[in-house]
Design a protein around this ligand. Structure first.
Ligand SMILES: *[C@@H]1O[C@H](CO)[C@@H](O)[C@H](O)[C@H]1NC(C)=O
Ligand SMILES: *[C@@H]1O[C@H](CO)[C@@H](O)[C@H](O)[C@H]1NC(C)=O
Ligand SMILES: *[C@@H]1O[C@H](CO)[C@@H](O)[C@H](O)[C@H]1NC(C)=O
Length: 206
């Protein structure tokens, strides 16, 4: 009898611990541990946001980016790149300097992102970017609706590798005023198979 009671209590504790740790779903997306959408689950450092059934990531500047998918076994998630405002070549996060991640957060920008920059000023050419006429950014300008406001601006692409800061994709007036990003882009991928997104990874918790 006592043993049965104990087992019952232990069982209760165990289910309670699980319930406290992994958050449930947000909309269609499962929120895996240690990601957290409220104070009662996940780990506080891994805070993301469930806003009206949309799972969102918040930048260090307080802007929200929709989370498109999560690969918990690889500790990675993909956020939607900011839109480019209609009839302009401005990313929606331009006034915040682009995407900025808190340096002390467990998240950073992975090395699987091919970033395209638009409406760049000439001085950007000094950095190691592909701004040639056959850069893929030209295809985006000419064939993708969102790029139409950027047609004929100086644009470039680059692979965001480990030699660069992994906490920022910069957009600014006097630099480049818009950007987008592709995950796992390969040179022979055609426009209709481009996988738009910004892949972030997180430091696993222990
Ligand atoms: C390009 O950027 C400059 C500032 O760097 C800005 O004045 C101009 O309006 C931008 N062009 C477009 C098409 O948004
Ligand atoms: C720029 O990108 C295009 C398209 O991927 C490629 O054909 C070209 O060789 C690249 N140019 C430079 C200078 O890397
Ligand atoms: C980014 O995060 C990953 C996983 O947490 C880590 O292995 C990597 O060293 C970090 N990269 C940088 C440049 O901080």
């Amino acid at each position: 009898m006592v043993v049965a009671m104990l087992l019952f209590l232990l069982g209760l504790l165990a289910t309670k611990a699980v319930a406290l740790n992994a958050c449930g779903n947000c909309g269609d997306l499962e929120v895996p541990y240690p990601l957290s959408i409220d104070d009662n689950c996940g780990e506080p450092k891994y805070r993301i946001y469930c806003n009206n059934g949309n799972l969102e990531f918040m930048s260090a500047r307080g802007l929200y980016y929709k989370i498109l998918r999560i690969d918990s076994s690889a500790s990675k998630l993909v956020i939607n790149p900011p839109d480019i405002l209609k009839d302009t070549c401005y990313s929606t996060d331009l006034s915040q300097g682009g995407l900025l991640l808190d340096e002390s957060s467990p998240f950073n920008i992975s090395t699987h992102n091919t970033v395209m920059l638009f409406n760049c000023s000439d001085n950007i050419l000094l950095s190691p970017l592909n701004c040639s006429l056959n850069s893929i950014c030209r295809q985006f300008e000419e064939k993708v609706e969102q790029g139409s406001g950027c047609v004929d601006t100086l644009c470039c692409n680059f692979l965001k590798d480990s030699a660069m800061t992994s906490h920022r994709i910069r957009a600014r007036v006097g630099g480049c005023t818009a950007y987008t990003s592709l995950v796992d882009f390969k040179p022979d991928d055609t426009l209709d198979s481009w996988n738009y997104g910004i892949e972030l990874q997180w430091l696993p918790s222990n």
